[in-house]
Ligand binder design. Sequence first.
Ligand SMILES: C[S@@+](CC[C@H](N)C(=O)[O-])C[C@H]1O[C@@H](n2cnc3c(N)ncnc32)[C@H](O)[C@@H]1O
Length: 334
Amino acid sequence: MRYLWYRILCVQLSWVALDSSAWDGGAVEVTIPRHVDDETTGDRLRRWADEWIRMVRVAVSPSDQPKTGQIYDIIGPQNLFGEESLFINLGYWANDPVTLDEASRDLARLVARTAELNKSDIVVDCGPGYGDQDILWAKEFGPKHITGVNLASEQIEIATRRVKEAGLGKRIDYVQASATALPQEDASCTKVLALESAFHFPSRVDFFAEALRVLKPGGRLVTADIVPKRTPLNALARAEVSRRGWRQASARAVRQAVDLIGYRDLLLDVGFAHALTRCISDDVYPPLGRFLRTRLRDPDMRHVNPVLRYTFTPLGFQLTALNTDYIVAMAQKA
Ligand SMILES: C[S@@+](CC[C@H](N)C(=O)[O-])C[C@H]1O[C@@H](n2cnc3c(N)ncnc32)[C@H](O)[C@@H]1O
């Protein structure tokens, strides 16, 4: 359970203050639902209490199923940190974006460029959040079709509404499923993308195997992902993996051994013909920490649940950067 909390708290969450906004990559107006405009202090305290209670209930409920979808739905759009998007990622800050929204878009673009996303692509997007990335990809890179696979039902509902508003309802749709059991047929798509979501999936071994299965020959998997750093502390996990193999090792050992190098090994072990991983931590953690130092003081951040607000302090990011690498990975099917 601590792992789930850690992962949830590692994600960047953005609260959005506008009913609708012009989207940077084109003149697309998409609704940004807000539930907190007219909230009194009392309402806000009651909402936070309700969110905490629901979180604890989900956390302690005796289920073997992944709980991340339910937890994201509890966090909802009301607890996000952005200003004019519903992205839920840490952003890519190499080009000095001014806002988290722009940094998040840059991260989506980095994933698309790494995938060489183009007009002939059939995309499976694993962990699409509220759909901002799909709208951006459709507008800027023009793939034929995108299917978002997500566990969070409220996210699916909101994303579906937003892509329709953007006039992209025929090119983007969503299904409720886990990325580790994709509903797509074998060899049915050309790109599988996972933008800051694979660290939530119950098993990267299963996810990579599923991505390989649904990709056509020559297709690509690209992820922006958060992995443990290689340190002496996880040497035992690596030893277990090399002794028993990725598929037979315990889930805990696999999770700790999937570092920058292990990630590539696992992609190749699962059956991809080529795989590359690149660490982009320096363009994610320190600049985001600096940005949040001021963003967290903005009056509109008052609406964000304090548990989330106080997790994303510069110190929090320094600690995260000590333990984890932020990576971009690309793997190609033969
Ligand atoms: C950190 S958010 C990123 C959302 C979006 N990619 C973005 O950048 O704004 C992680 C996403 O992964 C989804 N997710 C978590 N576990 C999943 C699973 N097993 N299968 C599919 N999606 C999952 C969550 O519901 C959420 O949409």
